[in-house]
Design a protein around this ligand. Structure first.
Ligand SMILES: [Zn+2]
Length: 255
């Protein structure tokens, strides 16, 4: 059984064929899918999907860093009351993204630190997005009491991986990028213990080879497992077993 620790199939990209996407995921061996929220508007979509199969879906609640703007305090209020209703396995998707612009950098830091506090208060793991903001992300986590979670879509150096892992009980979320031809990730990961790794798709984004450039979906996670099986010299089944165990421990999922 495989756990997709990061997928957004509640989003509109899947409105036309969501049930087929879910069936393909099940057929590929995906037994759980973690659903990180985007913003206040996506809560209804996320809950509707999560409630449709509580055995399959693991919902997470948070405000995505690229959704932090001048209105972020109102968004955070809505998200906080939803999160504290108690049905969520993680706080996410949260983090820092300074890739597109830095206009709301200060607000992003505030929103991130606020949500890390909620994670600590509720003893939940954080699902952390970090793009062009390694230092800022590390500083926020260091300043917070939140000491567990996933650095989703990890794509850094070995030094960065070691620094992130030193912050607490954190795991590295590995997805489609590891299958890209010019990716440096295989080299980096070969120096890391697989006990620190979980699988993800980040669907609809970052589809693995040979689906690169198309809409991503949870069934493609088998390509990620296959890439890891080469890197760690383990069978695909072993990769699935170990990474599923890592994720289940973090999210307190009974297997
Ligand atoms: Zn995401």
């Amino acid at each position: 059984m495989i756990i997709d620790t990061h997928t957004h199939i509640f989003e509109n990209e899947f409105d036309e064929d969501r049930s087929a996407v879910i069936q393909r995921a099940k057929d590929a061996g995906v037994g759980k899918m973690v659903l990180p929220n985007i913003n206040a508007q996506s809560i209804t979509r996320l809950k509707e999907l999560a409630d449709s199969d509580t055995n399959l879906f693991v919902p997470a609640m948070g405000l995505h860093p690229t959704e932090v703007n001048s209105d972020y305090k109102t968004e955070l209020e809505t998200i906080k009351s939803e999160l504290f209703s108690g049905k969520y396995a993680a706080v996410g998707e949260i983090g820092m993204d300074l890739y597109w612009d830095k206009e709301f950098e200060k607000e992003q830091v505030e929103a991130f630190e606020t949500q890390l506090d909620w994670a600590a208060e509720l003893s939940l793991p954080a699902l952390i997005h970090s793009r062009s903001s390694f230092k800022e992300t590390v500083n926020a986590v260091k300043n917070s009491r939140c000491k567990k979670g996933i650095f989703h879509c990890f794509g850094g150096t070995l030094e960065e991986a070691e620094e992130l892992l030193s912050l607490g009980d954190f795991l590295l979320g590995i997805g489609g990028v590891v299958t890209f031809k010019k990716s440096t990730l295989p080299d980096v990961l070969s120096n890391i213990d697989i006990k620190h790794i979980v699988l993800e798709t980040d669907a609809p984004y970052l589809a693995p080879t040979p689906h690169r450039g198309k809409r991503n979906e949870p069934s493609y996670i088998t390509e990620v497992a296959a890439a890891l099986s080469k890197i760690f010299n383990l069978s695909i089944d072993e990769v699935a077993r170990i990474t599923t165990e890592n994720a289940a421990n973090l999210f307190k999922i009974k297997l």
